[in-house]
Design a protein around this ligand. Structure first.
Ligand code: ZN
Length: 384
């Protein structure tokens, strides 16, 4: 026996029935969410459920305002069927990306669509004024998205740091200049459930969320610092000490150039977006514009960059034997030059001459913030 609400004992069989019902409801929600509009009959057929089961679950989902009737579906004969679709805006989540000098915030709905986003210049500091400004920004994006506070599932805060498994503490963040912060520091300004996430893990999560066909992924984050994420069946592999996928500190050149971490020859020393930006007034976008326009110096720098990139990518492919996604600023802008990286990676590989496992990220905008917000969306959808 299990003690239920109000202290009453609930027979085990009832609990099991409730669990089956919840699982059915979840499958129905997920099925509708993959379709624009769908009839009750189609759901029953596709999920091998009886019509009364589907009807009851649709009623539950409509009561929760997660699904709505959406007109009638055309039929090839017989009566038209009522159409159902998801109300993706029934809930929303906030994703925040904190960097040394900027804060980005986005609002995403239950489909992962970005409803609003804003990026401001604001240097990180562990001060009340900073957290207050962060709170203001979050309220601004909520206002712009046209959703109410009661619809907000939570705020995912992505930081360039090692984040503890319980998402409560961040440590080792040379980028932010702070060795540690606790979630409670942020919560004082955010009246929502909050969690901390590693920035590259969040961005990698955004790339694979809702893309079941992608499978396993090694995500290489090419920002002003280099990091990454390993996603196995869509889940972030954190490692024993939450330091997995720190690809930027893999040694790619013995006794090579000095990395900011103090070691020599780390991938970060060769693949930081800074290498490219410093040839173009600090702008990665401008670097690629100049490269496209045939700038010789940019071409030399890019060729050197690609050599280090191919070494790193090939190592990832050898270790993980899965898709490799180039992310961060460089991944976002490199599309026009991706073919040459893919070709060089294929040449380097021992087992295959097809570099098709390598691709650029699909999120061009705020992947990190989106991924932090999607963590709350994922959690919510699982419990529907
Ligand atoms: Zn290093």
């Amino acid at each position: 026996m299990i003690v239920g609400e109000e202290g009453k004992t609930v027979p085990q069989v009832t609990v099991n029935n409730l669990e089956v019902r919840r699982a059915n409801r979840n499958r129905i929600y997920q099925y509708i969410s993959r379709k624009e509009q769908v009839s009750k009959q189609e759901i029953a057929h596709a999920l091998h459920m009886s019509l009364p089961t589907v009807t009851q679950n649709l009623k539950d989902l409509m009561e929760q305002e997660l699904v709505e009737e959406a007109g009638m579906l055309e039929s090839t004969g017989g009566r038209k069927a009522a159409a159902y679709s998801c109300r993706f805006r029934a809930r929303a989540a906030i994703g925040v990306d904190l960097t040394k000098n900027h804060i980005s915030a986005v609002v995403v709905d239950l489909k992962g669509t970005v409803l609003s986003h804003k990026r401001i210049r604001c240097a990180f500091s562990k001060t009340e004024a900073y957290f207050h400004r962060l709170g203001q920004l979050v309220e601004q994006v909520i206002g712009c998205a046209g959703v109410s506070s009661s619809q907000i599932l939570g705020v995912g805060i992505a930081v360039p740091a090692i984040v503890s498994q319980d998402h409560q503490t961040m440590s080792y963040s040379p980028a932010l200049g702070e060795t540690s912060c606790r979630l409670s520091d942020f919560e004082q300004a955010l009246p929502y459930p909050c969690f901390l996430y590693n920035d590259a893990n969040a961005a990698g999560f955004a790339e694979t969320w809702n893309h079941s066909q992608i499978g396993n992924v090694a995500y290489l984050s090419l920002n002003f610092t280099v990091g990454g994420a390993i996603l196995i069946d869509g889940k972030v592999y954190g490692g024993d000490d939450r330091r997995s996928a720190e690809f930027g500190h893999m040694t790619i050149v013995p006794e090579g150039e000095l990395c900011y971490c103090g070691q020599r020859g780390c991938a970060d020393a060769y693949l930081s977006a800074q290498r490219l930006a410093e040839c173009a007034d600090g702008s990665v976008a401008l670097f690629f514009d100049k490269l496209k326009a045939g700038d010789e110096h940019c071409r030399e720098v890019w060729d050197q960059y690609v050599k280090a990139l191919v070494l790193t990518v090939n190592n990832l492919r050898m270790i993980f034997d899965c898709s490799v996604i180039l992310g961060g600023y460089v991944g976002s802008y490199a599309e026009d030059f991706l073919a040459e990286v893919v070709e060089a990676a294929a040449q380097k590989n021992t087992f295959e001459r097809d570099g098709g496992y390598l691709r650029a990220c699909s999120y061009r905008l705020e992947a990190t913030a989106v991924g932090a917000g999607l963590q709350f969306v994922e959690r919510f959808i699982k419990q529907i």
